[in-house]
Design a protein around this ligand. Structure first.
Ligand code: F0G
Length: 401
């Protein structure tokens, strides 16, 4: 594919698309996938169903697509939530509707297809849960061996259930996500593992389709997109999609990208607040939202670029605010998301209170993972079922209360 190559985001060094490389051998920064795009022809995709591969004109070309029918998630207009928050227009892009219940599937359909294209036999990742669930599923579909490294005792039950059911080799590392990712990176060369964490530029190509879908579902770009940030791949991917469509003349206005981190794991939000160009890593990240319990986000440089280039922002929310937002969304809109996803709603509430988001803005919150991924949280935070005898009077008494 002469029209596609990899390029360092810092020193711009170019690499062929078909070598296994994740960082620049000159300066160490991450890489982007670059293309010589042809003039876009919307009629080529308008008839296709909403999905990742609807946008294949903007994705790497592969001989075989490893797909479970990902993307095409709902953009819910949230009238009751908007009313509660005193604003006009809120939509939720519910990525929990993907095949394994998170946005990671968008990345994996492209990333695992590339793994096959490049002849890899074994794929691997470190994960706070969703990446491992998704990679395990796509590896199974592709017939590849899969190794996942998770922080021991710190991933939600549903995600662990998925990874083991799909047949991955699951290694529970006695350490946090950042340590697990470092181990994956160190062992990849020696063991011939193809890494599918978000430092793999091809994975982000799939995830950029969130931006395309939102734009097409709304008929135009929103004013702001708010999303949770952990390893910071998703905000970087959405930014890349928006920039590409802007450069191709498919959109005029660029939405502000606003990343939300949990207070105990917020290196990017802290850097943004100080208007820094570099981040200070957090050694012992902690949050109830285990999916984003990350102190050393590999994509920090791409993420800061996304925030600064779009006049966006990065904000922190407390665990309490996350859990409240999770209930609020479930109980006003019927959308049950996992705690990390609720960070986007919690962030919106905080930014509205602080006047940093305008009440008239058209806002899209991305909810990244399904609530059933983490059944322990509602069991801990919600009302317990009321135990009763099988007796009509007892029921009447309680229901009439
Ligand atoms: N929301 C959920 C539900 C996630 O699982 C993650 C990341 C994020 C948000 C943050 O996305 O890393 O692109 O900034 N989960 C990864 C994992 C780290 O291993 O599943 P990001």
């Amino acid at each position: 594919m002469e029209d596609m190559w990899l390029e360092c985001i810092r020193c711009r060094k170019k690499f062929p698309w078909n070598i296994v490389i994740y960082t620049c051998d000159h300066c160490g920064a991450l890489l982007d996938v670059k293309y010589h795009f042809e003039e876009p022809k919307p009629e080529r995709w308008r008839e296709k169903p909403l999905s990742v591969w609807r946008y294949e004109d903007f994705l790497p070309r592969v001989r075989e697509k490893v797909s479970l029918n990902e993307g095409g998630t709902s953009l819910h207009r949230c009238k009751r939530l908007a009313e509660k928050l005193g604003v006009e227009n809120i939509w939720v892009k519910n990525e929990g509707e993907n095949p394994t219940g998170s946005f990671k599937d968008r990345g994996m359909t492209v990333g695992v297809s590339l793994a096959k294209e490049l002849g890899s036999r074994t794929v691997a990742c470190a994960s706070t849960g969703n990446t491992s669930a998704s990679l395990a599923a796509y590896a199974a579909k592709a017939g590849l061996k899969c190794v996942v490294m998770i922080p021991s005792g710190k991933i939600a039950l549903g995600k662990l259930a998925q990874a083991i059911m799909y047949g991955a080799l699951v290694l529970a590392v006695e350490g946090n996500f950042d340590q697990a990712l470092s181990l994956v990176e160190q062992s990849s060369k020696r063991l011939g593992l193809y890494i599918l964490n978000s430092l793999n530029p091809y994975r982000l190509e799939g995830q950029k389709t969130i931006a395309f879908e939102v734009i097409e579902q709304l008929g135009q770009p929103p004013d702001a997109i708010i999303l949770p940030v952990g390893n910071a791949g998703n905000i970087s991917a959405i930014h890349k999609g928006i920039v590409e469509w802007k450069q191709l003349g498919l959109i005029e206005q660029v939405p502000r990208l606003i990343g939300i981190q949990a207070e105990g794991a917020a290196p990017i939000a802290h850097a943004y607040k100080k208007k820094e160009k570099e981040v200070v890593f957090v050694e012992n990240p902690e949050t109830v939202a285990t999916a984003i319990r990350i102190g050393k986000p590999v994509n920090w440089e791409k993420a800061l670029r996304a925030v600064y280039d779009t006049n966006g922002a990065a904000e922190t929310v407390t665990d309490e605010q996350i859990l409240q937002a999770q209930k609020l969304l479930a109980r006003t809109e019927g959308i049950f998301v996992e705690p990390a996803s609720a960070a986007s709603i919690a962030g919106l509430v905080k930014l509205l209170d602080a006047g940093l988001v305008d009440k008239n803005e058209r806002i899209v919150c991305v909810t990244t993972g399904h609530g059933l991924k983490d059944p322990d949280t509602p069991i801990r935070t919600c009302e317990k079922p009321i135990q009763i005898k099988p007796d009509l009077e007892a029921i009447e008494k309680i229901v009439a209360q």
